[in-house]
Design a protein around this ligand. Structure first.
Ligand SMILES: Nc1ncnc2c1ncn2[C@@H]1O[C@H](COP(=O)(O)OP(=O)(O)OP(=O)(O)O)[C@@H](O)[C@H]1O
Length: 330
């Protein structure tokens, strides 16, 4: 569904030193620098997949999504989405994809979302019966009934985001590019948006490529992740395997009947945190069952769970090691 080969986007940016002298000099002699926002990436996404496109700030994620949706022309390389070359922006292509940016809005500010929906129906030439059916379905899934008649400017951020999603999906696109779709939303609204994206993917077999700095989005939605840093792909594969490869340790969370000194806890592994009622002890995955047995035998345990390390830690470790490898190669 998405095919990307040796894709690159280089920006030519004007650079100058700070200060008035430098400003005057730059009028006569401008110096430019090339920023390799995307630096020759390859990947393939099959129909119906949900893939996280992750990376630190400035890694090249938004630039890539813009090229995939045809908003930016690549400097070089090839892209095909649903069989189309995105930069041609053919009507058939536009009907099959959508780009939702958490930081930008397409809803008309002074009018109710229902008006934007009607406008999109005309733009995408959606047959009236299908439009009615899709609006009804999205209204139910996203609980929009009380929102679509109010002027957009009166909606809260989360309410607006739900309507944004509906507006972006009215033409039932097969490919969803989602750029930080839950940014700024409270936890319950985040959960609503995640649940909705998953339901849409399952209901219509749609392909989803999602960027997010919120690892809960990624854990909930993306069995596969592509990780990009400084314009290059540093990982592409199964999220759970990535977790195991980068952080082959587990966390044993024990609730305690009474406080246990840290020195005593450290006999079982590395103590991540400990207070009067609960301790978190980290051990290598291969040693979990032995450690659990010893903990249950020795400590006043009222409850015990085994967890993976937080995904945030896995990702920051991956970014760090990716950078170190990149620097060593230079
Ligand atoms: N129009 C532009 N002109 C020049 N440089 C740009 C332009 N847009 C992006 N860049 C640069 O390209 C690089 C990649 O930017 P991009 O927005 O794709 O990153 P990102 O991974 O989406 O980051 P974030 O997580 O912060 O949104 C950055 O170094 C950015 O400064």
């Amino acid at each position: 569904m998405i095919d990307v080969r040796r894709l690159a986007k280089h920006y030519r940016v004007h650079r100058r030193q700070p200060g008035l002298g430098a400003a005057l000099r730059s009028l006569l002699h401008r110096s430019y620098e090339t920023v390799k926002a995307v630096d020759g990436i390859d990947f393939h996404v099959a129909p119906g997949e949900r893939v996280g496109f992750l990376g630190p700030n400035g890694a090249g994620k938004t630039t890539t999504l813009k090229m995939l949706s045809g908003l930016l022309h690549p400097t070089s390389g090839e892209v095909r989405v649903a069989g189309h070359v995105p930069r041609r922006r053919e009507a058939e292509f536009l009907k099959r994809v959508t780009l939702v940016m958490g930081q930008k809005q397409q809803l008309l500010w002074d009018l109710p979302p229902a008006e934007t929906f009607a406008l999109n129906r005309a733009i995408y030439d959606v047959p009236p019966a299908q439009f009615e059916e899709t609006v009804a379905e999205l209204t139910r899934l996203l609980e929009l009934q009380d929102l679509v008649g109010k002027p957009t400017r009166q909606l809260s951020l989360g309410e607006r985001m739900k309507c944004e999603l509906a507006a972006a999906l009215l033409h039932r696109p097969q490919v969803l590019f989602l750029d930080e779709p839950t940014i700024g939303l409270d936890v319950s609204m985040q959960a609503t948006v995640r649940g909705f994206v998953k339901a849409y993917n399952e209901r219509f077999g749609a392909t989803v490529l999602l960027t997010s700095h919120d690892m809960d989005d990624v854990a909930a939605l993306c069995p596969r992740v592509i990780v990009i840093d400084k314009g290059r792909i540093i990982h592409d594969g199964d999220l759970r395997e990535l977790q195991r490869a980068v952080r082959p340790d587990k966390r044993i969370v024990v609730r305690l009947e009474h406080p246990v000194p840290a020195a005593e806890l450290s006999r079982f592994g590395a103590v991540v945190s400990a207070d009067a009622a609960q301790a978190v002890i980290q051990v290598h995955a291969a040693e979990v069952s032995a450690a659990v047995g010893r903990i249950l035998a020795a400590l006043p345990v009222t409850d015990l769970t085994v967890e993976d390390p937080p995904l945030e830690e896995v990702m920051s470790e991956l970014f760090r090691s990716g950078r170190a490898a990149g620097e060593a190669a230079r």
